[in-house]
Ligand binder design. Structure first.
Ligand SMILES: C[S@@+](CC[C@H](N)C(=O)[O-])C[C@H]1O[C@@H](n2cnc3c(N)ncnc32)[C@H](O)[C@@H]1O
Length: 236
């Protein structure tokens, strides 16, 4: 991945390049960002890491339904859409500027069939009921603020109970050793598996992922019934 910045009047655009040395496939994604804005208006270090995981597993995504939560500039959702997935991007209903960001990123990459919908973590709203079957949920840097940890997992748990075979592909940045989602995972019937980043990044690609040392990739799935019974037996 080679992010290159070019500035224009109010926004900058960043180019992300994904390559496969074996097949010589190449994907270039353009992400517009709002200069000097914070939070969901530019691409966080977690996003290129999740996007690389998506690129590495792109053959699993073709024709599948993907929902990205907390999309921001939507790099990972855009990569999935470019790799043939049916993608729904989402961000908080309280941040319409981030939903506009999603539209901007789609336009910059010539994507006209990506759905964009407000999904606010912790709120189960009527638009959930109109979602199609979801195969994969993506979330990059959604565990940014500790006050949101449980709400993110409430949303993910709801979606996984609706789609029991789906997986939540997620990256987070380690900002303090005292922050943990472990308690909420168990509370909402979920389990997490770490994926070492060197299993989906080559040595050359890691040079282009700033912040990789502090970014972790996890897969979150539903606990099975027998795992739920075992954990309640242990805790009672
Ligand atoms: C740290 S940014 C990460 C953005 C993007 N995924 C990335 O990695 O570049 C967190 C994102 O979550 C969104 N967000 C914050 N609070 C939210 C909420 N309560 N419900 C849904 N999305 C929220 C923000 O608007 C922002 O886009």
């Amino acid at each position: 991945m080679n992010p290159n910045n070019t500035m224009c009047e109010f926004t900058s655009t960043k180019m992300f390049t994904f390559t496969d040395e074996d097949s010589e496939e190449l994907l270039e994604v353009i992400i517009p960002e709002i200069a000097e804005a914070a939070y969901g208006m530019y691409t966080w270090p977690c996003a290129p890491v999740l996007a690389q995981y998506v690129w590495y597993h792109r053959h699993r995504l073709h024709g599948k339904n993907v929902l990205e939560i907390g999309s921001g500039t939507a790099l990972t959702g855009i990569v999935a859409a470019k790799c043939g997935a049916h993608v729904i991007l989402s961000d908080s209903g309280l941040h319409p500027e981030c939903l506009e960001n999603c539209h901007r990123s789609c336009r910059a990459n010539g994507l006209i069939d990506v759905e964009i919908t407000p999904i606010t973590w912790g709120l189960i709203t009527p638009n959930f009921l109109s979602l199609p079957q979801i195969h994969f949920i993506f979330g990059s840097d959604c565990f940014y603020d500790t006050k949101d940890f449980e709400d993110v997992l409430v949303t993910v748990s709801f979606l996984l109970h609706q789609n029991p075979l789906a997986e939540f592909w997620c990256t987070y940045q380690e900002r303090s050793a005292s922050r943990s989602i472990k308690f909420y995972l168990q509370k909402w019937g979920l389990q997490a598996e770490f994926v070492p980043t060197d299993t989906f990044f080559t040595k050359e690609q890691t040079n282009d992922a700033p912040g990789l040392d502090s970014v972790h990739m996890i897969l979150i799935t539903l606990l099975t019934d027998s795992q739920v019974q075992m954990s309640s037996a242990i805790s009672s």
